[in-house]
Write a protein of this length. Sequence first.
Length: 234
Amino acid sequence: MTTDTPIIDIRDVTYSLEVAGRPLHILKGVSLRVAPAEVVAIVGPSGSGKTSLLMLLAGLERATTGLVTVNGADLGALNEDDLARFRRRTLGIVFQSFHLIPSLTAHDNVGLALEIATPELTLSQIRDKAAAALDAVGLADRLDHRPSALSGGEQQRVGLARAMVANPPLLLADEPTGNLDQKTGALVVELMFDLARRQGTSVVLITHDPALAARADRVFTMTAGQLTETTGQQ
């Protein structure tokens, strides 16, 4: 890890929900620092708190206690409008389920994300940048295809282009290969890591695949809401 100011700085974070009138403790004293352009993988069993941590990083949930700082912003101090602006300017997100808009072409799915993130761009600039993002993931010949006409791997590549088109400083990837076969998943991951490193984007990747996790700069394991670095132990 470099000595640069971290893009993620989480300190002693807890996250609890109330279930049937009793607290359910999901995250228990989690701390994590991620440097600019660093790739971090988080592994662990289902229900251990991995996705909850990603939700906190995205500002979609708030920590019960502790500090969550992302790209210099104290997320606990932001209101909902501020959090929406933070997400537009800071984050790209790749989901296990592709979450493309079925009625839009690949080109328009990517272009819409760019328009939301950078409304100052002209329509021509948006279309050019969206096309370039799809070309970067090998889909230059699929611009006008809707999701129903694309394979699962192609849909996830559209999702990756959408997440990266605005050059976000941070990419959150939640089981991005979970709905893909091994060969297709490996291709998507190769593209994701290559794009992130070329753009200097930090990545937090949740995965159940030890081989995929081992390709990250550092690996952490989440167990019953506690996070431990396990780099080199996978």
